[in-house]
Design a protein around this ligand. Sequence first.
Ligand SMILES: [Fe+2]
Length: 385
Amino acid sequence: MISTWSFPNRIIFGCGAIEHLPAAVSGLGARRALVVTDPGVVTCGLLARITDLLGKSGVACAVFDGVKGNPTEASVYPGVEAYRSEHSDSVIALGGGSSLDAAKAIRLKVTHDLPLEEYDDLKNGGDRISADLPPMIAIPTTAGTGSEVGRSTVITLKATGRKTVIFSPHLIPSVAIADPELTFDLPPHLTAATGMDAMTHNLEAYLSIGFHPMCDAIAIKGVEIVARSLPIAIHDGRNAEARTDMMAAAIMGAVAFQKGLGTVHSLAHPLSTVAGMHHGLTNAILLPHVMRFNLPFSRARLADLAAALGADTRGMTADNAAVAAIDAIEKLNNEIGVPKRLRDAGVREQMIPVMVPLAMADGCRLCNPRPTSAEDMEMLYRAAF
Ligand SMILES: [Fe+2]
């Protein structure tokens, strides 16, 4: 069943939702779309399905398929060129978080002249972003980042030397089309890694500082859904119910983290730029270590999470329940095949001193319940190493 949600953007959700793409494009008044995607989406035939759908409805489309994982400027500027040379009037992002984030940056750059680093959130660059952006439709093919409903894009920039967050309410896609069927063929290791990104968004948002009961409610439900459905989606990729749950939980995570994220994400971002790791996998490995670090500052909230993660916390003290939440995440990681340590995922010890200052420069840590110093960052990298 297809339903339309209006929080925070228009989300056309459900198995088969992709058939609503032509109507969504026309509804935005667009006639010439630039599809932004990556080579994997082309190979699996999904791009052809989208261009077919658009062609039948009279929407002209050009394609930029040069997006790479952990996108840099090289995934953005050629797309801006393509948009201009094809006289496009709208952007359709098709793929995982990298394609969605690259598309957001392309959309920004076609109407905003400053170099991307000038829009860095750490410099309040979002204040320089106006509403003058072409319409954008986001079609995720993974259930993880939730970038389809998010207000930010993360691009690794030469000028900053790190994953740079660009944040503005204007960056939110005009429409998201969330069709769980597009994730049916995602292999188990990518389902696990992207799914644990969704878990981390919900969990870190729930623990992050600040008063936001609406986000808290969404976040704790998101944790519950991922804990229940991620193992099923991994072991039975065509299970529509589990894939639908995961797509919803990814959206919930990205809605919830408008409250804030935390130290897991600050530690994770350098692991992608320095060690080339998949973002979701880094989060999965780091998450129990940061939960343990946060315990003295988040006892009650970790205890809430234990119940959401499926632990029987009846009769437990808050301390014991908090530990049960950490145990539940370790058990989940184990069940879905996440490596135990960073060194099992290609990280070398000499990278740690390089990553510590990058983690400190990352704004996500500012919302972590326990203030995190450079010494803490190093201790956490070593604990997970
Ligand atoms: Fe993330």
